[in-house]
Design a protein around this ligand. Structure first.
Ligand code: FAD
Length: 343
C-alpha cells in the first residue's frame, strides 16, 4: 500500500486532477469526457485542471498534450518512464504520483471507473484520507460546497445520490461512455510539465505475465467492443466461434434474449431492455433480428455492424454497416482473416 502522508495539503490553487489514458495513438474517450466534466466544474469554481499522464516520453508528444488542453486541461503532467504504458503494470503508479506531488492532494481526482483505475484511486484516496465514489455517472458542486455524485447501482438499473463533505479530498470514478463529448477548443495550449520517474519508484509491482481478457467474462457495460449473437447463431457451437472472434477483437460477448432463453449463453450476456444497456465503440450484431427490446440496449453504440440472412431485418435500420449473409460463415471468415494478420 502507498504510505499514508502525515499531513494533507490541498495543492496550491485548488486543483482538479484528471487521469489521462491512451490506447495506441489516441486518448481514450473517457479521458476526454473526464476533462470536459472537470472543465465545467473549473469554470464555476476557478479551480485549475491538471491532466496526469503516465507514459513513455516518446509516446506522449507536446501535440498530444495540447489535445488534452483542447478538452479542458490547463496543465499536463507527464510522468515518464520506459515501463509506463504497458497494460497491467499500473499498480505502482499511485506511489509514483504521491512521490511526485510531495504529499499534496487535489480537491478532486477524476478517474475512469474501470477496475485498474479504481484500485489506483483507492490507494491514493487512502493515503490522502479522502472519499471516493465509483460507478459515477455525474457530479456537481452544491451551494454549501459539497460534491453531489450520482452513482449507478444494481448493474445500471438504479441510481443513488451521495453527498461528499468538503473537509476531505474527493475522488470520482466516472463510468466510460456516459457523459459524452461536447465542444472542444482546438487552439488551446497546455502548460506541459515533464518529470522522469526513477526505476526504483516503478519497481513496487512488476508484471509477470499478461493474460488476454476472456470475452465471456468481460463486463458488457465497460467493454469498448461487443460481438453479440442471436437465434441466427444457431446454437452453442455457433457461440464458440463468436467467442473466438470476440477474443481476437478483445471484445465482450453479448446476446439477444432468445439466445439466453435457449440456454446458449448466461443471462449476464443479455443486451436489451431486460438485460444490459451498452454503449461500446463497436457493436457487431450477428443473427439478431433487431427487435425494439434488443435495440433499446445497444442503439447508442458508436459503430454498429449487422450480419443477417434477411435483408429486411430491422437491425439493418440502425446499422452503420450491414452484411447480408450467413453469420457463421462470415464470423469464421473474419476469424481466418484476423488470424492471418488482417486488421
Ligand atoms: P429472432 O427474432 O428469432 O431473430 C433471429 C434473426 O436471425 C432473424 O433476423 C434471422 O433473419 C436471422 N438469421 C437466421 N439465421 C441466420 C443465419 N444463419 N445467419 C445470419 N442471420 C440469421 N430481447 C433482447 O434481445 N433483449 C432484451 O432485453 C429483451 N427484453 C424483452 C422484454 C420484453 C418485455 C419482451 C416482450 C421481449 C424482450 N426481448 C428482448 C425479446 C425480443 O422481443 C426479441 O424476441 C428478441 O430480441 C429476438 O431475438 P433474436 O433477434 O435473436 O431472434
Amino acid at each position: 500500500m502507498p504510505e499514508k502522508t502525515s499531513s494533507i495539503e490541498f495543492a496550491e490553487d485548488s486543483q482538479i486532477w484528471v487521469l489521462a489514458e491512451r490506447t495506441g495513438k489516441q486518448w481514450d474517450t473517457i479521458t476526454l469526457e473526464l476533462l470536459q466534466d472537470a472543465q465545467v466544474l473549473a469554470k464555476k469554481t476557478g479551480w485549475k485542471t491538471l491532466a496526469i499522464v503516465f507514459g513513455k516520453s516518446e509516446m506522449i508528444s507536446d501535440q498530444d498534450c495540447h489535445q488534452l488542453a483542447a478538452n479542458g486541461a490547463d496543465k499536463v503532467l507527464v510522468l515518464q518512464h520506459a515501463e509506463f504504458g504497458k497494460p497491467g503494470s499500473m499498480m505502482g503508479y499511485s506511489q509514483v504520483l504521491l512521490d511526485s506531488m510531495n504529499g499534496q492532494s487535489p480537491r478532486l481526482l477524476l478517474c475512469p471507473s474501470t477496475p485498474l483505475w479504481v484500485e489506483f484511486a483507492c490507494r491514493l484516496i487512502g493515503a490522502w484520507d479522502g472519499v471516493i465514489a465509483r460507478d459515477a455517472i455525474s457530479f456537481k458542486l452544491t451551494p454549501d460546497n459539497k460534491l453531489e455524485v450520482i452513482q449507478s447501482i444494481w448493474q445500471n438499473k438504479g441510481q443513488m445520490t451521495i453527498s461528499m463533505s468538503d473537509d476531505h479530498p474527493w475522488c470520482v470514478c466516472l463510468k466510460p461512455g456516459v457523459a459524452g463529448l461536447g465542444k472542444t477548443k482546438p487552439q488551446a495550449k497546455a502548460q506541459i510539465l515533464r518529470q522522469d520517474v526513477s526505476k526504483k519508484q516503478t519497481e513496487t509491482v512488476q508484471t509477470v505475465e499478461l493474460l488476454p481478457p476472456n470475452p465471456s467474462e468481460l463486463d458488457l457495460v465497460e467493454a469498448e467492443r461487443i460481438v453479440a449473437g442471436g437465434r441466427g447463431i444457431q446454437g452453442v457451437e455457433g457461440f464458440k466461434a463468436l467467442e473466438e472472434l470476440a477474443f481476437l477483437l478483445e471484445a465482450a460477448v453479448g446476446a439477444s434474449r432468445v439466445a439466453v432463453d435457449l440456454g446458449w449463453v448466461p443471462y449476464v450476456r443479455q443486451v436489451g431492455q431486460t438485460g444490459k444497456i451498452v454503449k461500446p465503440r463497436l457493436y457487431i450484431a450477428a443473427g439478431i433480428a433487431g427487435a425494439s427490446q434488443h435495440v433499446d440496449g445497444m442503439r447508442d453504440s458508436e459503430v454498429i455492424i449487422a450480419i443477417n440472412t434477411d435483408k429486411n431485418a430491422n437491425i439493418f435500420k440502425i446499422a452503420h454497416l450491414g452484411i447480408v449473409g450467413d453469420a457463421d460463415t462470415i464470423i469464421r471468415g473474419l476469424i481466418a482473416e484476423l488470424e492471418a494478420g488482417g486488421t
